[in-house]
Ligand binder design. Sequence first.
Ligand SMILES: [Zn+2]
Length: 406
Amino acid sequence: MMKYLLFPIIALSFLIFTACSSDKDSMIVEGILYSNKKPVSIEISDGKIIRIKQTQKSSIGQQLIIAPGLIDIQINGYNGIDFSDPDLTAEDLEKIVKGLWEVGVTTILATVTTNDHEHLMSSFKALSNALADPKISMSVPGFHLEGPYISPVQGFRGAHPEKYIRLPDLQEFKQYQEAADNMIRLITVAPEFEGAIPLIRYCADNDIVVSLGHHNGTAEQITAAVDAGASLSTHLGNGCANMIHRHNNPIWPQLAEDRLSASIITDGFHLNREEVRTFYKVKGDELTILVSDAVDLAGLPPGEYTRWGGTVVLTPDVVKFPAENVLAGAASPISKCIGNMMQFTGCSLESAINMASRNPARLIGLDHVGEIQVGKRADLILFTMQDKEMDIRQTILNGDVVYQAE
Ligand SMILES: [Zn+2]
């Protein structure tokens, strides 16, 4: 029987790192374990972690922390390429995935948003065809369908185009899942519409995680959705109208529901510090999940770009419409959101990393990733942490170094 060792977590920077390859398929990685701040040596063979040993401090003066590769279950694109592009190619997907390796993200659910039927069919076909390269596809174990079965009401629908929003349709969803080669692992729906509960029940019965988002569900509707199998709130606090009833709004019942995890965007723009602190106090270390919700412009150099029928400005953190100085989309990778989470809430590095690795892996059922344990796939990141900012120095996927900072 395999022995599972789980070291607890936290960060600091003293030590060491050596990644020495004794032969082609094995490797030893050393550094400071993110959880307990102790020096550790991780032995990898055939892409898996086979041994974890506490070590003495090495004489090599690097100060790198080791954590599991990051997991982002809501990301719309990167490096200028959108997952919803129906013409997406394998080369496009490679460009996205390689860009994400540079910021420590080793696993994503490629997120496709509300569009017309033909467009969604084409997007999922393109995405599943783009998974041709086995190395690239290791980082994309599934897709997230956000919409089109969400609220059409302004504010709640966010940036989703109203004309394509429709009532939940199980038969249509099954067509998307077929086009996606059964790779849809997560769907964001609004619980308050006719057809939502049968769709939620079907998904929950078929290992598709259901998240509630872009909705104005009542407490009763949210409870019914959770009873039917919904287990997550999508970017809680966003996808919500600016003006809501102080008692009866969709946020309180989702916070109060212990069976719902909550994904949050902690880029410093989508939620204010007090919201993040409050959501974290309620959902805690187990049920909080960080997502980037990054749009395709993320990863590109800051500047002006043409998107959504106008000019937008990409800063290092976010995309804005310059005229109104209004948010147009997220652009911070979750490695950045981890530092913000620590800053806003005072949580430990261990907790913040778990929210972007262990917690999403558990929720989605990605049993092979998300933790540093014997038997798990060797997806690791080595990084420094200064002023609560992660600087990724090396990314390892399936036991191979896929990114090395200069
Ligand atoms: Zn959204």
